[in-house]
Design a protein around this ligand. Structure first.
Ligand code: DOR
Ligand code: ZN
Length: 341
């Protein structure tokens, strides 16, 4: 197959940031995707309807009005069921994001104990509002490579039993355990999968030296996990859908003695996914993963229009943006074997 045309896709997990960074990165997401679930981990986090509405306006100003941001609310220990429910009913946000406190970038205001948000989860379950989960425990005694698997046992498995009708997206899954958990769960549970977790194993962090641009959270795992996540993505199961977790940080914040977690994969996200599906002989399943499964899970219409990807090399630049504000894209200096026509 030399080219493939699919219905216009969506990104079900992206960080668009704010200010100058928003202006730099939003057009890349809008070039490829009709809609995106926008993560709320700004400083301060997006916890109110008013904050979500004004952030949405700034995104549309940066991305253009052919792009629809799907806003989310950041859950804290003080999450107010009335505010969360009101925002959903009024269309200010489509979902709420659970960051365990301390799990990742700007998660200090996150949830310290899942029981603190049970009232909010009751409300979300009742109104059909999805919970998006950063699935890692944060205890210092748990190895960073085990944090997702331990989260399933300690938090997620009890959660789906306590809230059987709550829609849950297990975000950016990275392990065999997560792929299996989602595959065996009820239809209320889905998962997003990033390009990097399909392409990289943990050797990428240490390839000839420390590689800050391969560092994201959850961290990339052993090869057996990469293969299990790949199998899930190309399986044809409607539970798995595209979520880039594109998470830009300026170059200086990555190439640092304490580098930030996050990869900026928005510029060539579809190219990367197409390459993976091609390698797996599963290009016929790319459309489901990229364009059909997410809307079905969220109960949203499919996008009109199509995008075409063709088999051709595309070289990834070393930098995007200028000077101190520039960002190193995922795959910098390398190439992908597919490009958007
Ligand atoms: O690598 C990551 N970066 N993982 C996250 O969960 C957050 C993100 C960010 O916002 O930088
Ligand atoms: Zn994320």
């Amino acid at each position: 197959m030399q080219s493939i045309t699919i219905r216009r896709p969506d990104d079900w997990h992206v960080h668009l940031r704010d200010g100058d960074m928003l202006k730099l990165v939003a057009p890349y997401t809008a070039r490829q995707f009709a809609r995106a679930i926008v993560m709320p981990n700004l400083i301060p986090p997006v916890t109110t309807v008013a904050q979500a509405a004004s952030y949405r306006d700034r995104i549309v100003a940066a991305a253009g009005d052919s792009f629809t941001p799907l806003m989310t609310c950041y859950l804290t220990d003080l999450a107010d069921p009335d505010e969360i429910g009101r925002g959903h009913v009024e269309g200010a946000w489509v979902a709420a994001k659970l960051y365990p406190a301390g799990a990742t970038t700007n998660s200090d205001s996150g949830v310290t104990d899942i029981r603190n948000i049970h009232p909010a989860l009751e409300r979300m379950q009742a109104i059909g509002m999805p919970l998006l989960v950063h699935g890692e425990v944060t205890s210092p005694d748990i190895d960073v490579f085990d944090r997702e698997a331990v989260f399933i046992d300690r938090v997620l498995d009890p959660l789906v039993r306590d809230f059987p009708a709550l829609k849950i997206v297990f975000e950016h899954i990275t392990t065999r355990q997560a792929a299996q958990f989602v595959a065996e769960a009820s239809s209320a549970v889905g998962a997003t999968i990033t390009p990097q977790h399909l392409m990289l194993n943990r050797n990428a962090l240490f390839q000839g030296g420390l590689r800050p641009h391969a560092y994201c959270l959850p961290v990339v795992k052993r090869e057996e996990h990469r293969l299990a996540v790949r199998a899930a993505a190309v399986s044809g199961s409607s539970k798995f859908f595209l979520g880039t977790d594109s998470a830009p940080h300026v170059r200086g914040a990555k190439e640092s003695s304490c580098g930030c977690a996050g990869l900026f994969n928005a510029p060539y996200a579809l190219e990367a996914y197409a390459q993976v599906f091609d390698e797996e002989g599963a290009l016929d399943r790319l459309e489901g993963f990229a364009s059909l499964n997410g809307p079905a899970f969220y109960g949203l219409p499919l996008n009109p229009g199509t995008v075409t990807l063709e088999r051709a090399d595309v070289d990834v630049p070393d930098r995007i943006g200028e000077g101190e504000g520039s960002v190193v894209p995922y795959g910098a200096g390398g190439r992908f074997g597919w490009r958007m026509a």
